[in-house]
Design a protein around this ligand. Sequence first.
Ligand code: ADP
Ligand code: ADP
Length: 226
Amino acid sequence: MAGIDITGLSVEYPNGVRAVDGLDLRVTDGELFALLGPSGCGKTTLLRTVAGLEQPAAGAVAIGSRELTGVPPGGRGVAMVFQDYALFPHMTVAENIAYPLRVRRAPQARQREAAERVAAGLSLSELLDRRPGQLSGGQQQRTALARAIAVEADVLLLDEPLSNLDARLRLEARTFLKRLQRELALTTVFVTHDQAEALALADRIAVMEAGRVRQLGTPREVFQRP
Ligand code: ADP
Ligand code: ADP
């Protein structure tokens, strides 16, 4: 069980901005969940806090039944894909995918095996020896996804996963992401400012405003006019 439980969460930056403000949210195990809202409403900060990259000023995050206060990013069972993918330009696709396993000191053979297995599932097998600069936007996105999946996390966090793709690739990536998430039965939270994207992909949507959840429900519940 790897649902996410967020209770009374507040996150403040050193400049005094309260990016997340007393937020409560429960994401169910295996759910594909969208955080939707305008730029600056706190979506990325919320994701980074679940990943352990920002520290809460108040409140708590739990995954499964495990409370995560003080647990570092690598120990949370969480993998995050950043908006700009954050690939290492001097490493090959295979090295990028295996990087988190290398950090965890997995044996070389296991690193390569994991990279090859995950790459096959993401149509990247032919590209393992290329560097990110030699890839299309869609291929970079899939490499970033592969790196996140290779660590076998319980929870996958995606920051605007499709926003850097052109319209055609975005449609393709939607289908792909949905299939992948179903197959791996991962609890997945993705950030978007695009209503159509949330509608097309998500099981449920939280609409955020000024660091809080303003509306919560299935796409039908959220978008249907009363
Ligand atoms: P969103 O992802 O919805 O665009 P963010 O979480 O990036 O929202 O930002 C929420 C608020 O926190 C905004 O007011 C933003 O300017 C501020 N903020 C984000 N990152 C930082 C930071 N590193 N330092 C200070 N303020 C930040
Ligand atoms: P997003 O909307 O996807 O969060 P932004 O363009 O708001 O992206 O932020 C890009 C980067 O700038 C992030 O790393 C964020 O933490 C940082 N940032 C955003 N707002 C501020 C701010 N007011 N002060 C310092 N850093 C910020």
